[in-house]
Design a protein around this ligand. Sequence first.
Ligand code: G6P
Length: 613
Amino acid sequence: MCGIVAYLGSKDAYPILINGLYKLEYRGYDSAGVAILDKELSVYKTKGKVSKLDQFVEDKNTGGSIGIAHTRWATHGEPNTENAHPHYSMNKKIAIIHNGIIENYATLKEELKGRGYTFNSETDTEVLANLIEDVMHNESCSLQEAVLIALNQVVGAYALVVISEGEPDSLIAARKGSPMVIGIGGDDDFFIASDATPIIEYTKNVVYMNDEEIAILKKGEPLKIKTIANKDKTPYVQELEFNLNALEKGGFEHFMLKEIYEQPTSIRDSLRGRLRAKEGVVSLGGIVDYEQKIVHANKIIMIACGTSWHACLVGEYLFEDLARIPVEVEYASEFRYRNPIITENDVVIAVSQSGETADTLAAIELAKEKGATVLGVCNVVGSSISRATHAGSYTHAGPEIGVASTKAFTAQVTVLTMMALRMAQLKGTIPTSRFMQLLHEMEAIPDKVEAVLNDDGVAKQIAEKYQQATNFLYLGRGYNFPVALEGALKLKEISYIHAEGYPAAEMKHGPIALIDKDMPVVFIATNNVIYEKVVSNIQEVKARNGNVIAIVTQGDKVVRGLADYVIEIPATEDMFVPLLASIPLQKLAYYIAVMRGCNVDQPRNLAKSVTVE
Ligand code: G6P
């Protein structure tokens, strides 16, 4: 993954670079580094978080108005100082930052070693630095030409920026498969970053780089873009829509908590202009031209990773239940390698918060090759997935910074719900009166989410009680099964407690063996047609001295009589329960993680956007 930032202009580069790295730390935080050009090219780097780098350079010369910086999520080579970016080339005249993977680095490294190059790190990136130096040396060419020639020898993915002492007024950047955006400020200022968050405070004018493009940034000259086949392209400048407030904690202790509390707004924003209950309208502008394709699809295949995959599972239930269209849900990483059966009559829906997940992108390419129509549900506007798909609908959750996804999940479920409702309307699979009833209830969901958020006491008490548990089980059936999976994922991601989500009725085929007096079992036991069955499962757990925490519908008496703790949520349609029930589970995971002293926003080993396989 990794985050990259670069600056070229009239200001001091260091403060811009370091602040940018802090904003991109969600992409990885194994090590950080910066290279600044001020007569000489200086590289400073440290193992650990960006704050360590900031302390480390306190007594160093960080003056200069051109520089590059990087925060790393380790792929090749352990997270130590040597493997941190930027990497010098052997003569220390060139430095490079890179997000991605150079797949043929071993072959290139051997060739370069044969030509006398030595290496200080185990990374694929240092190979690229030396390759560029080698090309400049052999061809006596400019940095820009050398990067172009070098990239034509490289197999893999990259978002990279190169700086050279010999060309103190330029930066060369390139992208293939990893995200990169360039900000164009006044006063000939250029900013480069993995996403727009480090740029927004300086300028709203940005250019999203496309795959296989190289950007040439030179002081006093307009931005130039070329393809790696050396064809000129006209930069397409867009205006960013979000503002700086969206990127700050706004009084909350962590981004995750802020994002949990933003859900009434993010769901409202995702519904806005698309669902108008009184008029009986649900319409997603981005996919209008593809509605007939979906309605007549042989099947829908939903592909995603992580939390987004859980949103797809809810989507599967919704599309089948409401619109009677068969749905398969696939992990993108499995789908891409298993020769799936897809035809031109299938519709693939790729769901991704970041819009950059490498496995999801590869799965999209495969589906397109096989002729399927591919639609996206992404949160990040202009992201790679939103551009790789034929069409799609954005979730309007706003920037999500906490590594564990919360508001993006409920926004994804909201968008998938609207899609399913629209398909049901077009296919006539539910009576109009029922359709209208569902639209009205959906419109009421943000208020109900607000009510769930206002009721805080129990989640904290439960967290106090079970913060030292070593295992948790989450159980639910029907629409509540994906909620159980997502609840378990949240807990393990941020508190490092082992947690498993299971269909409640499957408990008897395995997990029941785990239950003893130390095992907390979280049931999502809301009122629905299988409520009684879930009550039986609760009794089975109690009979084995397990501890039951239950999410129930307001006013529930039966489960309240059985469970150790209950959290009530307002009554709603069964299909909308995931939007309410997932919220106390997010909070429970959050409080437990905080009580255990874990870094909630940046859990160990994880990254927000996984742009590697
Ligand atoms: C990472 C993140 C998860 C996310 C998953 C898929 O693992 O830590 O929170 O659900 O990637 O990401 P996407 O951006 O495609 O939704």
